[in-house]
Design a protein around this ligand. Sequence first.
Ligand code: PGA
Length: 236
Amino acid sequence: MKFITIKSYDELSAKAADIIAAQVIMKPTCVLGLATGSTPIGTYKRLIEDYNNGKIDFSTVKSINLDEYVGLDGNHDQSYRYFMNNNLFNHVNIDKANTYVPNGCATDYDKECAEYDKRVQDFGGIDLQLLGIGIDGHIGFNEPDSIFTKETHVVDLHPSTIDANARFFEDKSLVPKKAVTMGMLSIMQAKKVLLVANGANKKDILEKAFFGPINPQIPASILQLHPDVTVIYSEN
Ligand code: PGA
């Protein structure tokens, strides 16, 4: 594992974008596993700049996102499909037909989840998986549990996740209580993992996840078993 501590959010964003850009340049047909949340926004801004400067071309890139709220369709301004369109896809030349976010309004979640996992397998796996980390240690929406769940699945969001995400909604009662998330297998089979974390409130969970025991109560701790993980952390 590489653990990079960096001085500022801007530097974190620049470093993460450089790693993703290098992946796209090295393998223009790569599969990027993408994440939502506040932390990757600066990374996506830098990637848009790189695209505008002619440094990267997304035309043959595929992307697959980690998660989506259950009950929000892609036009809802708090859905993760909307987030991705707004923060990245609308501003670069990726073919939207090659971008995947779980369906938050599926009628049959067993089918939706099985198809999501099959899609990752059909891609031949993810080349580079970008992750954030929740203050409860979640990656994607794999919340603390008694086991690491391998497959894409529907989860009940942890109270701390609902609290943390309430800032994006008019009222806490509007935060969805469930989400659909990629499971640990697709994440762990990614060739490279890049985890970004920003702020003093993430320090404690990073220590537990990367320097403590591997335990499904700290979902990110499974990444200690991954052969190619880079963590970029900025306290400020
Ligand atoms: P954040 O979310 O980037 O908004 O802190 C991270 C996460 O919950 O995965």
